[in-house]
Design a binder for this molecule. Sequence first.
Ligand code: URA
Length: 194
Amino acid sequence: MAEEKEIKLNKIKEECKNCYKCELGKTRKNIVFSDGNPNAKILLIGEAPGADEDATGTPFVGRAGKLLTKLIEECGFSRKDDFYICNTVKCRPPENRVPTDEEKSLCENYLLEQIKTVNPKVIVLCGATSAKSFLGNKIKISEIRGKWYKLFDNIDTTVIFHPSYLLRNHSELEGSPRWLTKQDIYKIKEISEQ
Ligand code: URA
């Protein structure tokens, strides 16, 4: 089963490497497919690769990624073992702009195939762009973070602040965005272990 997953995911990754459906394919250095464990219970979806991710081909390795890793590890998780990490689009948008709805929709099938293959217990939508992709463009991240939804075949899904936002908000005091995010991650841990 684990081997079947790897084969399927590698096939999707190869398709992404050959994908030029949108303009992002022209400017990318590398596709950024995933990181972590395909057998993890938690699948986290970020926004889009930045410069560090484009250079390395790995999601969430820049400053925001380091903060995300620190927060999940402080809550008792291993990033490498407990998470499968990907993004709404596989290629870096120039100047780190938000990916357009068209870019997201042209890339969507790859993401849906990843989700179907990994078949996680919990999906974490990390940041507004990711949340909008699944919950609609009208959502406000501050209103929906920490709430739980059901997506696809009954998969428990929640929303957390994006770590780039947390980089601009340093406080860890009770009620602060960083504090709220840690509460959200503790809840994710509880639900994933049920
Ligand atoms: N921000 C994201 O949303 N994803 C990454 O991979 C890196 C930064």
